[in-house]
Write a protein that binds this ligand. Structure first.
Ligand code: NI
Length: 231
């Protein structure tokens, strides 16, 4: 079993190298014999709670992915740069969090595009992965976006429960290798739950990584315009 995993990891590394995902992806793939999950935070950045979360993540040496709302990122550009500089992956959660499937195709794409332009301006050129607000977007819209799209596989409904113990339980009972965990860095209970989840699961050998690392680890070179819910 162990040998099988090692072989799979080596093969994945070779495939990533060949597919042009880059040397970094290949390196990541070789350390993949553990359970890997990605924490993702939507709807920020938040003026006080995001910095609190960032410091907790730094203390635990964890990198996460933040799908920011363009309108808020514009209000806290220094915080946005701080998040990226700390090694977290920054993604696009649209400019003003409209429900994209209730907009026309053109309006929805403009909302995503506006946030992308802002991220390119503040953080530099790159491919900023997209999480459509409410996870809803049409296939046609998806296909016109020049970035991978991601929803989630674990949703503890932290925004609704607002109870850190219940959020911890909901996540810890459902994660598996490749899980993408949906959280919102807008609630003190979420920050508290997140740090508790990391402490509990790191002790069991679970590795927390960014979405890019999670996909690389699973040998997936994400396609532009395609939507993924786990790795
Ligand atoms: Ni959202």
């Amino acid at each position: 079993m162990r040998l099988k995993r090692i072989l799979a990891a080596l093969l994945t590394g070779a495939m990533l190298f060949l597919s042009g995902c880059g040397a970094h992806a290949a390196e990541v793939a070789q350390t993949c014999a553990a359970i890997h999950v990605a924490l993702t935070f939507d709807d920020g950045p938040h003026e006080t709670l995001t910095p609190e979360l960032l410091s907790g993540l730094a203390q635990r040496d964890v990198h996460a992915t933040f799908f920011v709302i363009g309108d808020l990122a514009e209000q806290y550009p220094d915080l946005l740069r701080e998040m990226a500089a700390a090694g977290h992956q920054i993604g696009n959660h649209s400019y003003d969090h409209a429900q994209l499937n209730k907009l026309s195709c053109w309006e929805a794409l403009r909302d995503i595009q506006e946030c992308d332009t802002l991220l390119q301006n503040y953080l530099g050129e790159g491919i900023y992965w997209v999480r459509p607000p409410y996870g809803s977007i049409s296939k046609g819209e998806c296909a016109s976006i020049a970035a991978p799209l991601v929803t989630w596989s674990v949703d503890p409904e932290d925004w609704k429960i607002l109870d850190s113990k219940k959020v911890v339980k909901a996540v810890e009972n459902t994660i598996c290798d490749g899980s993408i965990i949906l959280m919102h860095d807008q609630y003190p209970s979420t920050v508290e739950a997140t740090l508790q989840i990391i402490d509990d699961l790191q002790a069991q050998g679970v590795v927390f990584c960014t979405l890019e690392e999670l996909f690389a680890c699973h040998g997936i070179c994400p396609e532009l315009g395609r939507i993924y819910r786990h790795a």
